[in-house]
Design a protein around this ligand. Structure first.
Ligand code: ADP
Ligand code: MG
Length: 383
C-alpha cells in the first residue's frame, strides 16, 4: 500500500513545535513530497531559531519513518533569513581576521573556538571520515564544471588521495553520463547508500536515483533536502577529499548549499569569455559571503588546441581568468584547453585522466589537483 501525503500530515500534527502549536499549525512546512515510500519536506525557520528546531526536525523525521510503507524520510531544517533581519553569524565574534586579499588559507577556515560542527545547525556538521569537502562551482552552466570536477577528482586520486565525487547538480546531473555509471546504489546495514566505485573514486549522483525529468522539477527547499541526504545518508567511508559538483549559478539554492555543506573551499570554473567571468565574480562573492575560502579559478576551454597538429590558438582571447584572479587576489589554478579529446572521452564515460593518463590533459588536471591539495594541507592528512 502506498504512503499518502495525508498520512504524513497526520503524524506531523502530533509533533509539538517550539511555537506551542502542532508542527502542522506553525506555518513552517514546505510542500510534502511523497514518492515510492520516500518522503521529503523541509521546515523553514528563521536562522536564529534554528537551534530550537533541530529536535523537532529529528522527532518529525522519526515519526515519518515510523509510518508503515515509508522507506526513507528526509526532513531538512532550512533557515531562511527574512529580509531586514540580522545576518546569521558565520563565526563567533572576535574570529580570526581575514588575511589581506580576502582569501583565507583553508587551515584557518575553522576558528579554534568554534565547536565541532561549527554551527548551531547540525546539518552543517562535518561528515565523519571525510577530511575536506570542496565545491566545484560556476556562475553559469555549460562552462565544463562537471567535466572539470570529475577530472580534478581523478587528478587528486593520482596524487595518492582517497577521493569521492558528489554530483549535487540536481537540476542537471551529468556524472552518470560522464562516468558511464548506470546502476543504482545499494543500501548498507545502516540503510546508508553505498557510493558507486569507479576509476578508484567513490561516486554519488542524484542521477543514480531519479531520472533527469524528476530532478528537474525539484525546487527550493527540496533541493537542499536531496543534497543533504546525498551528503549524509551515503556511506562515504574514509576520504581525504570529497569533490562536490555544484548546481551552476549563484541563486538562493546555490547560496543555501554553500552555507549548508561544510565546505573547506571552492574552485570556480570559468571560460575566457567576459560574460562568464562576470558570472565567476558572482560565484566568488557568494562564497565570500558565506566564509568559504576560494581555492582558486580554473579557466576552462581556455585556448583551442588543434587535435591534428597540436597548434594552439587563443580564439577566445584567453587569459582573462588568470588576469581576473590576480586582480581579485585569488589563486589561479590553471588553464584547460578546448580539446576534442576532453569532449569525446567525457561523452563516452571514460574521462580523459583515465583514458589518456599519460597525456597532456591528464597532466593539467593533476597540476590543478596539486594546487588544490597544497591549499588543503593541514586539513587532509599528509599524503
Ligand atoms: N576543456 C574542454 N574541451 C572540450 N570540451 C569540453 C571541455 N570542457 C567541457 N567540455 C564539453 O562541454 C560540454 C559541457 O561541459 P560540462 O562539464 O557538462 O559543463 P557544465 O557542468 O558546466 O554544464 C560537454 O559536452 C563537455 O564534454
Ligand atoms: Mg554539469
Amino acid at each position: 500500500m502506498s504512503v499518502t501525503q495525508q498520512q504524513v500530515v497526520n503524524v506531523l500534527a502530533k509533533v509539538m513545535s517550539p511555537r506551542g502549536v502542532a508542527l502542522t499549525e506553525a506555518g513552517v512546512l514546505s510542500a510534502i513530497t511523497v514518492a515510492d515510500g520516500k518522503v521529503f519536506f523541509s521546515i523553514n525557520v528563521d536562522a536564529h531559531e534554528a537551534r530550537a528546531w533541530e529536535d523537532v526536525r529529528a522527532t518529525a523525521e522519526a515519526a515519518v519513518r515510523g509510518i508503515s510503507g515509508v522507506t526513507s524520510a528526509m526532513i531538512a531544517l532550512t533557515a531562511e533569513r527574512k529580509p531586514g533581519s540580522a545576518p546569521a553569524p558565520q563565526r563567533p565574534a572576535g574570529g580570526a581576521p581575514r588575511p589581506a586579499g580576502g582569501v583565507q588559507p583553508a587551515s584557518a577556515h575553522r576558528h579554534p573556538h568554534q565547536p565541532p560542527g561549527g554551527s548551531p545547525m547540525s546539518r552543517q556538521a562535518e561528515i565523519p571520515g571525510v577530511a575536506a569537502i570542496i565545491a566545484v562551482a560556476s556562475g553559469k552552466g555549460g562552462v565544463g564544471k562537471s567535466t572539470t570536477a570529475l577530472n580534478l577528482a581523478l587528478g587528486l586520486r593520482d596524487l595518492g588521495l582517497k577521493v569521492g565525487l558528489l554530483d549535487a547538480d540536481i537540476y542537471g546531473p551529468s556524472v552518470p553520463r560522464l562516468t558511464g555509471i548506470r546502476n543504482k546504489p545499494e543500501l548498507d546495514d545502516n540503510r546508508k547508500m553505498i557510493p558507486i566505485e569507479r576509476f578508484g573514486i567513490s561516486i554519488m549522483s542524484i542521477g543514480f536515483l531519479v531520472d533527469e525529468d524528476t530532478a528537474m522539477i525539484w525546487r527550493g527547499p527540496m533541493v537542499m533536502s536531496a543534497i543533504t541526504q546525498m551528503l549524509r545518508d551515503v556511506a562515504w567511508g574514509t576520504l581525504d577529499v570529497l569533490v562536490v559538483d555544484m548546481p551552476p549559478g549563484t541563486g538562493d539554492a546555490q547560496l543555501t548549499l554553500a552555507q549548508t555543506v561544510p565546505l573547506k573551499g571552492a574552485v570556480i570554473i570559468s571560460t575566457p569569455q567576459d560574460l562568464s567571468l562576470i558570472d565567476a565574480r558572482r560565484g566568488l562573492a557568494m562564497f565570500k559571503k558565506v566564509n568559504v575560502p576560494v581555492l582558486g579559478i580554473v579557466e576552462n576551454m581556455s585556448y583551442f588546441q588543434c587535435p591534428h597538429c597540436g597548434e594552439r590558438s587563443d580564439i577566445f582571447g584567453h587569459g582573462g581568468a588568470r588576469h581576473e584572479a590576480e586582480r581579485l587576489g585569488v589563486p589561479f589554478l590553471g588553464e584547460i584547453p578546448l580539446h576534442m579529446a576532453i569532449r569525446t572521452t567525457s561523452d563516452a564515460g571514460t574521462p580523459v585522466v583515465v583514458s589518456e593518463p599519460g597525456g597532456p590533459h591528464a597532466a593539467i588536471y593533476r597540476a590543478i589537483g596539486e594546487k588544490v591539495r597544497n591549499q588543503l594541507q593541514g586539513v587532509i592528512a599528509a599524503a
